[in-house]
Design a protein around this ligand. Sequence first.
Ligand code: HEM
Length: 205
Amino acid sequence: MMTLLHSILNSHYLFWVLLAVPSRGLVADIWWEDKYYAEIMYESGTWSVIFMVVALAITPLMKISKNWRPIFWLQKRRRAIGVASFGYAALHTYFYIRFVGTLELVVLEAFDIVFLLGWIAFIMLIILALTSNQTSVRKLGRTWKPLQRMAYAALAFSFLHWWWLDQFIPELVYWTAIIAALQVMRVTFSKLNLKRRRLTSSLPQ
Ligand code: HEM
């Protein structure tokens, strides 16, 4: 019984299902079109941002918590969370294109700073999603890790896109504060660790 429960909890398929849960209404809207435009744009955009923030919080949390098991569990699913962020951004972009209606208008609007910021963030997420598989990790070698840091830029562009649309949004302040605090803690933690290691190695054996 325990082994069954354990394998269910550890199932990657179940995790994908969990990530897809918030998309139910959005996917249904592809056929039924019963939601307000502003509502589906808000929902899809916010879920994309939430998953981006979670994916970016995992690595610093791993360092700070010294591989605490629940964070380690999440770390194993980090790529899936990143791909989910891309999935929600793709739905968001789809609804936008459906609302605008013609390709000419989409291209014309892309010159407006609000939309340009959104497109830049989306293109970055496409690149990240395309290179998130094992083959890309092998092919890109040393460049894979620096490329993945593009996720920070994608988040920054998403935040700017959102800010340009709404000006003041409390969520933006909280999330920026959380990501910034985690980065500061990670750097401080690494420096302290380095100091401790140097100190131990300089002690007489
Ligand atoms: C990573 C990519 C993106 C993210 C994370 C994102 C995020 C968001 C968020 C959170 C909102 C909600 C703002 C609010 O109503 O309070 C929003 C709204 C919006 N986004 Fe995006 N966005 C992205 C890409 C795009 C792209 C590529 C376009 C199209 C060019 C776009 C067009 C819009 C529009 C038109 C709205 C406003 C809808 C309305 O309420 O009238 N977004 N976006």
